[in-house]
Write a protein that binds this ligand. Structure first.
Ligand SMILES: *[C@@H]1O[C@H](CO)[C@@H](O)[C@H](O)[C@H]1NC(C)=O
Ligand SMILES: *[C@@H]1O[C@H](CO)[C@@H](O)[C@H](O)[C@H]1NC(C)=O
Ligand SMILES: *[C@@H]1O[C@H](CO)[C@@H](O)[C@H](O)[C@H]1NC(C)=O
Ligand SMILES: *[C@@H]1O[C@H](CO)[C@@H](O)[C@H](O)[C@H]1NC(C)=O
Ligand SMILES: [Zn+2]
Length: 447
């Protein structure tokens, strides 16, 4: 291959993937962890020079002050990433500033492998009692190396609360929201989980090791640092057992703990995914869900494991007759299968994804594309489908429409290409804020 052709080829490989490089999907790793740790802290930091550093200390002084986001203050600066303690401190700060009517912190029952307590908060709402009247679940930080996700969620919530209190609108680059839209977004009732993978986040922030999974060592191999951890976004219940559900040769996840897509020992085997499922149980009115990832400038919706169709109900993840046929996109002879998604559900998801992608594009001019997730690559056990299969299994549960947003672009100058530069971080902040706003306003429109 000529070198220019080779570069184009490389750029294509990187550009067409999200959360994972092609190499990682094949079982490889972006960085050699053994070499990375052997180099020591200073050289590790140098390898990621030019990326936004993780903050030291607590800018919110253990919840005594509240964050103010970009939509409320053009002065806001983002020259460091919120460290794991600060994220929690920010939530406490918001609760203190805006009061229990607007922000209520809660803890989840399943402790992580490293014995951390996961938490969330319920924000705004329509004034209904208890956990009723919360329609939208927003989460970030499931893949710990995708830096900036929790920051974007915290600052958007901060903006909404501040603007609502001041009866003002919000501006994110080329996108403006009126005061009425701010009130409408907040009154949907928002549940946030800013850090879905706290053990992974603490580790990644301490080591700059481009860490994606959680830190469960149950199946780890001595001397093999990459064999620690489960990919939480392959550990949810939808078609978790890919060996039986998918066509041979499709690798939507892996049984090998040393890969980045190791799916764990069973559906919802991990405390983190159990807690997300528990959260879905706690808030009976949830109907929308957004999981924030990076990078790829993509909005992914529809089923994760295969393309959608709205004609044939029998082509369903519950139908064993189609085991061994799923995940082939486009269909090939003998592997004809597309997952059923009712027309109303498909329309709602398509509208939401188009609004989110369009708004993100209009905010900064970076182009965001909305597409069905398996058109990028099929996956099993993904978070976005958990709210659909729960409702299919138990008719008392409301359907939750999920999507994954992949903000930003790769930082190819850094050893870990998931760590943004300061310029990238600012653009990501604007676009992700708009992504959340557009989903909230879609929920307001469609109910
Ligand atoms: C931070 O605040 C929490 C709750 O407000 C309190 O329980 C905790 O002791 C405080 N931590 C420090 C280090 O002050
Ligand atoms: C922005 O900075 C200017 C100058 O430091 C200050 O006067 C102003 O109050 C700040 N605005 C906000 C919204 O923080
Ligand atoms: C986990 O944390 C809780 C609360 O801090 C503590 O009571 C418990 O002893 C811890 N368990 C382990 C195994 O460290
Ligand atoms: C997944 O399905 C295969 C084929 O039916 C079965 O052999 C295997 O035990 C299942 N794995 C788990 C962990 O349940
Ligand atoms: Zn991700």
């Amino acid at each position: 291959m000529k070198s220019s052709t080779f570069l184009t080829f490389l750029a294509h490989l990187v550009a067409t993937e999200a959360c994972l490089t092609e190499k990682e999907r094949q079982g490889g790793h972006i960085i050699d962890l053994k070499a990375h740790f052997a180099r020591g802290t200073i050289n590790r930091r140098q390898a990621n020079l030019g990326t936004v550093p993780v903050a030291v200390g607590d800018r919110f002084q253990n919840g005594t002050t509240a964050p103010v986001g970009l939509g409320s203050s053009a002065n806001a600066t983002f020259d460091s990433i919120l460290n794991i303690e600060e994220i929690k401190s920010a939530v406490f700060g918001l609760a203190k500033q805006y009061g229990k009517d607007q922000v209520q912190y809660f803890e989840m029952p399943h402790r992580t492998f490293e014995n951390r307590t996961m938490y969330g908060a319920r924000i705004g709402g329509s004034g209904k009692k208890g956990n009723k009247g919360y329609k939208v679940l927003l989460e970030s930080g499931i893949h710990s190396r995708e830096r900036g996700g929790p920051d974007h969620l915290i600052y958007l919530i901060s903006d909404l609360l501040r603007a609502a209190k001041d009866k003002k609108g919000l501006v994110y680059g080329g996108m403006s929201y009126s005061s009425a839209q701010v009130q409408s977004a907040l009154s949907q009732g928002i549940v946030i989980i800013p850090v879905v993978n706290p053990d992974g986040l603490a580790f990644d922030q301490a080591t700059d090791s481009c860490w994606r999974k959680n830190r469960n060592t149950a199946r780890a191999i001595e001397g093999e640092p990459s064999s620690i951890g489960v990919d939480l976004n392959r550990n949810f219940a939808p078609v978790w057992n890919f060996t039986e559900s998918f066509a041979p040769g499709v690798d939507p996840a892996s049984d090998d703990p040393s890969t980045e897509i190791y799916h764990g020992t069973g559906p919802l085997s991990e405390p983190e995914t159990k807690n997300v499922d528990w959260t879905l149980d706690q808030f009976p009115d949830l109907g929308w869900f957004l999981d924030l990832h990076s990078p790829a400038t993509l909005v992914l919706y529809g089923w994760c494991h295969d393309s959608n169709q709205a004609l044939d109900r029998s082509q369903s993840w519950q139908n064993k007759a189609f085991d061994g046929k799923r995940g082939v996109v486009p269909d090939k002879p003998g592997f004809e299968y597309k997952e059923f998604l009712g027309q109303k559900d498909w329309d709602a998801l398509t509208l939401a994804a188009a609004r989110v992608a369009g708004g993100m594009t209009d905010s900064t001019g970076r182009f965001y594309r909305a597409l069905q997730a398996p058109h990028l690559y099929p996956s099993s056990g993904c978070s976005a489908d958990q709210g659909l299969i729960r409702a299919a299994l138990d008719p008392r549960k409301k359907k939750v429409y999920g999507m994954g947003v992949e903000f930003g672009e790769w930082n190819l100058d850094a050893e870990c290409s998931f760590y943004p530069t300061e310029d990238q971080h600012r653009l990501n902040m604007i676009e992700s804020s708009v992504a959340f706003m557009e989903l909230l306003l879609t929920a307001a429109r469609l109910g």
